[in-house]
Write a protein that binds this ligand. Structure first.
Ligand code: ADP
Ligand code: ZN
Ligand code: ZN
Length: 755
């Protein structure tokens, strides 16, 4: 019916990648398409109704056989000859729309059609030029004469000439009106006389302000060596891991590498975890590359996202794309390099909905289609990536010194048991930590405190009967939030007012257990009364620029102490932080997940890395009840290699990645019985095929969320077992399962390489 685009919106490379993703991650290409294209580019069909040509709309007031709904619809169609469902909702109740319009169509009153729509609307700017038939100089004197009596029009005409001559650029209607000091009516009069012609040009909504500053980057000898190692590595292998301690200047190495690729006329993808996608980093790249930098941000509007998409598709602007995981879906034309910064971050893996892909791994595949290179950069590589280095699958480069001879921070453990025994605790603060904060603030330096839990306190417990308020929809206790005096569920958002009495027995004797960032903030306010204390967690960063505001206030030293969750750990570069305190390392270590130890190591090393990034040595204090824990010991000595070796041994012993692959099968249902039967059925089916390495079905730590029960089967796949065959059987199992009527209400989800 209609040609929507003159050129394809999707490239052959994209289709190839999506096919690969559907195969690898066991999902459909449709699911991928939905997350891959900016939603405003998707074409949606909407049901619309029109009056039937043979039906007499003018007679409806007399027609007796019409019911109320029909009358209302026909009345609306008198005013407007086409109605969309979104407009009918304003007239009829949602449930009755289709019965009503279907009946009307049958009675020959209306026609039901489909309309294709795309939400994206380009932003157009109006330009003005002299009509072509006046272009020859002989016409001009006559033209000017004809405007003798229309002073303003003549003024506008002369201004157009002089602007064109001055700027040698097309002149927009807006500029012309401003410069000539005339109104819209004057311009319109000239257009009506066919002296001016209007035309429209697509305009960017996103403003690309960056101007490359002339400052050059001179790599130090270690960075230079790392760059050379990376380039040598790339001669043999398509992927290289750069392991560089925090503040070693990895970004500068990326910039040098990017520069070379851009100079070859190729595109670069710079992947970051969403949360690390800060103005800080974008600024650094823009300082160097100016408006070559495009950002693909989830905070952009749907229209803005389409524009970035088009620039990349047309290779019309910006060779360098910075974005979070979904930017692997963009329509690159000639990709030369992918940089995955903070490559260890688990947020590169999409959890929900499908496709449940890992952006790091997918990026490597994407790059391979272009014969491009991938650089994974991090201070704390994932076991998977470092294992690939050990297996000679990835090249390796390293930066083991901080830039500018800054010494690494001194990391110490504070034994909480010991401090408790000696009665040296004030709330959740050990005397050691309080003293260190005092000293730091006295020196005019800043402090970061890390607590991996938001809210005030995760558990409210009755001392009389032991009751703790639970979420009615989820299998978790409610977290107390002090600032608005509520009890909240962090899974479904359910909340009630804080209770002063036990809801079970009415007792007044209620205590809070455990603590979150809010409680730390409260305690700090009474410990350090005249200091500026701010909190950075999900609750304080909901607004569009809230996160940026806190960061820049901290950079400008308007904040003395910043308390926060792991948001604080993501590659932020603050100049004046001397002390970093970890309130409680044990909650990280005790998390029930096979990656908990690896992740604790990464998180602690990353938080520690925020301390002392300039001249003076930074200090890191980690409070814990287990000062002899291996991981904590390894953090204090920054012994990545030792951590790697020990964790890898454990993974080998207990058959976990990177030595085994895993697929998780999740069942969800509101009906617990059905859930149990369904998961048992599929587990049995898989056991018959795979004989071993099928675990479960088992309830996860939180077995009910939003009133849906969850259960998992975990399938481990040994290296020597064929991946494609295994996946084939996994899929067949799910297909068979779906054909069983009694399980129809049970959702089943396959998650390849789950996190
Ligand atoms: P990383 O990403 O490895 O943690 P950064 O790239 O943030 O480290 O570098 C740490 C600091 O050192 C930054 O402030 C950065 O500007 C500075 N820096 C690193 N390399 C150079 C260089 N070659 N010239 C000037 N400054 C540098
Ligand atoms: Zn009670
Ligand atoms: Zn809940």
């Amino acid at each position: 019916e209609e040609l929507l685009d003159n050129t394809p919106t999707v490239t052959a490379y994209q289709l190839k990648l999506w096919k690969w993703m559907a195969d690898y991650y066991l999902c459909t290409e449709g699911e991928i398409l939905k997350s891959a294209l900016p939603s405003a580019l998707l074409i949606e069909s909407e049901t619309v109704i029109e009056p039937h040509p043979d039906f007499d709309l003018t007679a409806i007031d007399e027609a007796e056989e019409l019911n109320d709904s029909e009358y209302l619809i026909l009345q609306a169609l008198q005013k407007q000859s086409l109605l969309k469902i979104s407009e009918i909702i304003l007239i009829l109740d949602k449930k009755t729309i289709f019965p009503v319009i279907n009946a009307m169509a049958e009675k020959g009153m209306i026609l039901i059609n489909q309309e294709l729509n795309r939400q994206y609307k380009p932003k157009l700017q109006k330009y003005i030029k002299l009509a072509d038939h006046f272009a020859s100089e002989t016409e001009l004197p006559g033209l000017l004469e004809s405007l003798e009596r229309a002073k303003k029009q003549k003024q506008a005409l002369l201004k157009l000439f002089s602007l064109e001559a001055q700027t040698k650029q097309p002149v927009s209607a807006k500029v012309l009106k401003e410069e000539a000091g005339v109104s819209e009516a004057v311009v319109k009069a000239l257009v009506d006389k066919s002296i001016f012609e209007e035309y429209y040009v697509r305009k960017d909504r996103v403003v690309y302000q960056g101007e490359a500053s002339s400052s050059k980057i001179n790599l130090n000898e270690y960075q230079q060596k790392a760059l050379e190692d990376i380039e040598h590595g790339f001669e043999k292998l398509p992927v290289c891991l750069l392991k560089g301690v925090t503040s070693s200047g990895k970004t500068e190495v990326y910039i040098k590498l990017i520069e070379k690729v851009v100079n070859q006329g190729k595109q670069v993808l710079y992947l970051l975890p969403e949360i690390a996608l800060t103005t800080q980093l974008i600024q650094r790249l823009q300082d160097f590359f100016g408006d070559e930098v495009l950002v693909y941000h989830s905070k952009y509007s749907v229209n803005e996202r389409v524009e970035v998409y088009r620039h990349i598709l047309e290779d019309s602007k910006g060779k360098i794309v910075i974005g979070a995981r979904s930017s692997i879906f963009l329509p690159f034309q000639n990709l030369g390099l992918v940089v995955v910064d903070e490559a260890h971050e688990s947020s590169f893996k999409q959890f929900d909905p499908a496709p449940r892909y890992h952006a790091r791994d997918t990026a490597i595949v994407l790059a391979s289609f272009f014969k491009a290179k991938t650089l994974l950069g991090t201070a704390t590589p994932s076991l998977e990536s470092f294992y690939n280095v050990k297996q000679d699958k990835y090249a390796f480069a390293q930066l083991s010194r901080r830039f500018g001879n800054v010494v690494p921070p001194k990391v110490e453990l504070v034994d909480l048991k010991d401090q408790q025994r000696k009665q040296k605790m004030t709330g959740h603060f050990s005397e050691t930590l309080i003293k260190a904060i005092e000293t730091t603030l006295k020196e005019g330096q800043q402090v970061i405190l890390f607590q991996n839990r938001r809210g005030y306190s995760p558990i409210l417990e009755c001392n009389t009967c032991g009751h703790a308020p639970q979420c009615p929809n989820c299998d978790v206790s409610l977290t107390y939030h002090k600032h608005n005096n509520t009890l909240r569920c962090h899974y479904c958002g359910y909340h009630i007012a804080m209770q002063t009495k036990c809801m079970a027995c009415g007792s007044n004797d209620i205590t809070t257990k455990g603590f979150g960032t809010e409680q730390i903030e409260t305690e700090l306010n009474s410990l350090f009364e005249n200091k500026v204390i701010k909190r950075m967690d999900l609750d304080t960063t909901r607004g569009k620029y809230a996160y940026e505001k806190i960061i820049s206030a901290f950079e400008n030293r308007e904040i003395d102490i910043l308390v926060g969750t792991q948001m604080l750990t993501k590659g932020l570069d603050f100049r004046h932080v001397k002390l970093v305190g970890v309130m409680n390392a044990d909650s990280l270590l005790n998390f029930p997940d096979f990656r908990a130890h690896e992740r604790s190591f990464q998180l602690l090393v990353q938080v520690a890395g925020r301390a002392g990034r300039t001249e003076e040595q930074g200090q890191v204090l980690i409070q814990t009840y287990n000062p002899y824990h291996r991981i904590l010991q390894q953090v204090t000595t920054n012994s990545y290699d030792e951590m790697f070796k020990e964790q890898l041994d454990e993974r080998r012993h207990f058959k976990y990645p990177p030595l085994y692959r895993m697929v998780k099968v999740t069942f969800k249902s509101r009906d617990l019985n059905k859930l149990n039967q369904a998961s048992d059925w599929l587990a049995l089916y898989y056991r018959q095929i795979f004989t071993s390495h099928v675990l479960g079905p088992e309830f996860p730590g939180i077995s009910r969320i939003r009133n849906e029960y969850h259960k998992n089967i975990l399938i481990k796949i040994p290296q020597e077992q064929s991946l494609s065959k295994t996946k084939y059987y996994l899929k067949t199992g799910v297909d068979k399962f779906k054909s069983i009527a009694q399980f129809r209400s049970v959702k089943v989800i396959l998650n390849v390489d789950p996190y």
